[in-house]
Design a protein around this ligand. Structure first.
Ligand SMILES: C[S@@+](CC[C@H](N)C(=O)[O-])C[C@H]1O[C@@H](n2cnc3c(N)ncnc32)[C@H](O)[C@@H]1O
Length: 182
């Protein structure tokens, strides 16, 4: 009897893990990018740029993945409101759970599409996406972001935009972080 329960629980856990994996792989395939988190030196560089900009308004992370960057930014800027947008359910829920456990009340994670988000009253957008996404976001940022707001893009430049700054991170890949003023 005990063995049967153990087997049933093991099977249920294995099925749940498989479903979670399928969900992540399927969403990564649809998005054109996986929820790979930015490295610690890159996160540090983003925090440094945010300090330099010294804005205090709403910060949106477009494609927040597992939430590591938003949670770190939230710890460094506890008075700043931060919203992470993510459409991959498992990473989004993990971010949400960690935020609740840490009681980081200045951060919220929403399940949504970064292309249809309004970007209303957003002061800073942070993203780590891929060239196709940057091309698609180009007219969206032009149309929806207020003049004076900033975009910080990890690794990938916004086509046709002149960056205010380009920072080279101290990681293995010498990742670039692009800072734009709208
Ligand atoms: C490379 S990860 C970056 C994660 C996080 N920003 C970081 O730096 O650690 C890119 C994330 O963008 C998300 N993403 C891609 N397209 C999206 C879309 N249309 N709407 C919402 N999230 C999207 C992916 O699911 C993925 O988690």
């Amino acid at each position: 009897m005990e063995k049967d329960v153990y087997e049933a629980v093991s099977l249920a856990l294995a099925a749940a893990a498989l479903l979670a994996l399928i969900s992540i792989v399927y969403r990564s395939w649809r998005n054109g990018i996986s929820p790979m988190p930015s490295s610690a030196p890159v996160r540090q560089a983003v925090v440094h740029e945010l300090r330099r900009l010294s804005s205090s308004g709403l910060l949106v992370e477009a494609g927040s993945g597992w939430g590591t960057l938003a949670l770190q930014v939230g710890r460094c800027f506890p008075k700043r409101r931060i919203v992470g947008i993510e459409n991959s359910v498992i990473p989004m829920w993990i971010s949400f759970l960690v935020q609740k456990i840490n009681n980081q009340t200045n951060i919220s994670f929403i399940r949504g599409d970064l292309y249809t988000y309004s970007y209303e009253n957003v002061d800073t957008v942070v993203c780590y996406l891929y060239p196709g996404a940057m091309k698609r976001l180009n007219p969206i940022f032009h149309a929806r972001l207020a003049p004076g707001s900033h975009i910080i893009s990890i690794c990938f430049a916004l086509p046709d935009w002149e960056p205010e700054r380009v920072v080279v991170c101290r990681d293995f890949y010498r990742t670039k972080v692009y800072v734009y003023k709208v």
